[in-house]
Ligand binder design. Structure first.
Ligand code: MRU
Length: 346
């Protein structure tokens, strides 16, 4: 399986997703600020992977703490959590993972553990977040395979694969699950401007797996659907509000509207850690705006003239009524989402 991220004793190692597919390079983060910078710069990206990276970064930061007393250690830990929380605002998995690390520390302090014991517990919690994510993706894949026809042409947007998780993937996990279930699947990968996660990362992963993949530019999706060449859409999510409204990579909303027009089922695959019941609907989801250079340039080549204004929201929100179902590790949830998603946590 693809090595997205791993924790070695005193380093966090991650594949540099900015360089794929041209180069398979690994970044070795030796400090928590290095992990935070890697998340911000999208060395590692994808909602679940961001959460795992933050947890490992926190464990790394606290492992390197020289504090001998619990109080000083806890204060340093809190500052590291704040630094991770300031990296990217939309993927709720980030805040979910930070909360889990905080709860773990609180339980250790409550039990009167020494600083060394607290460090060990935080390492274990980060590893658990990583391992559970892989297991959840596999479960999602198995549930999701049920909605994939025996022969299916699946369109996906962005990269919700092994690279966006601790391994296996959410949307690509569903595709992998369907293939493992013996279904004949081919994939259309939207290029996904401006960061090109579809062309660079999704296509790279699937080609490595031997799954036939056709890359299209984002503006080809409508024509492809109109020609009857798409049976199903499956995408990932960065945050799902209590009513099912789903934030995902910019362009997902347009795909969902096109899918509705062409009566193609549009599914979201995401772990429960992406569902945010505290956010009532999509209008409350914070949408990250990224650097103008991502739009004006491709690599070092400038496309747009100096002086042109740029709007670069990294995500959009797909309203729940366009979503046929939300595939999770606990099964597939359908409308009315306010009830089904609440039940998912019971
Ligand atoms: O900006 P990115 O690359 O972090 O955005 C990633 C996405 O939008 C993914 O579709 C989403 O995080 C789901 S990943 C399983």
């Amino acid at each position: 399986m693809l090595p997205t991220i791993a924790r070695e004793d005193d380093v966090v190692v991650m594949i540099d997703q900015r360089k794929l597919p041209a180069k398979e390079l690994y970044v070795r983060c030796k400090t928590a600020p290095e992990v935070a910078r890697a998340i911000k710069a999208m060395v590692i990206r994808g909602a679940p992977a961001i959460g795992v990276a933050a947890a490992m970064g926190i464990a790394l930061g606290t492992r390197r703490s020289t504090a001998t007393g619990t109080q000083k250690f806890a204060a340093e830990f809190a500052r590291t959590c704040d630094m991770m929380a300031a990296t990217r605002p939309t993927a709720v998995n980030l805040f979910w993972a930070i909360d889990r690390m905080k709860q773990s520390l609180a339980a250790g302090v409550q039990a009167g553990e020494s600083v060394d014991q607290l460090k060990d517990r935080l390492d274990r919690e980060a590893d658990a977040i990583h391992d559970e994510d892989v297991a959840n993706c596999r479960k999602m894949g198995a549930y999701g395979a049920d909605v994939v026809p025996q022969e299916a042409r699946i369109l996906t947007h962005c990269n919700a694969g092994a690279l966006a998780t601790a391994g296996y993937g959410t949307a690509l996990g569903v595709i992998r699950g369907a293939v493992e279930a013996g279904k004949r699947v081919t994939v259309f990968a939207d290029e996904t401007r401006p960061f090109l996660q579809g062309a660079r990362l999704t296509a790279w992963e699937l080609v490595r797996d031997g799954i036939q993949t056709t890359v299209i530019t984002d503006n080809m999706t409508g024509a492809l659907m109109r020609q009857g060449k798409v049976d199903l859409v499956v995408v990932g999510a960065d945050r799902i509000a209590a009513n099912g409204d789903t934030a995902n990579k910019i362009g997902t909303y347009s795909v969902a509207v096109l899918a509705r027009e062409h009566q193609i089922p549009f599914y979201v695959a995401a772990p429960l850690s992406t569902i945010d019941l505290k956010t009532p609907d999509g209008s409350h989801i914070p949408i990250e705006e990224r650097n103008a250079r991502e739009v004006t340039h491709v690599g070092s080549s400038q496309l747009a003239p100096v002086g042109a204004l740029v709007w670069n929201p990294a995500f959009d929100v797909t309203p729940h009524h366009l979503i046929a179902g939300i595939i999770t590790e606990r099964g597939i949830f359908r409308a009315p989402y306010t009830e089904s998603l609440r039940r998912a946590f019971e």
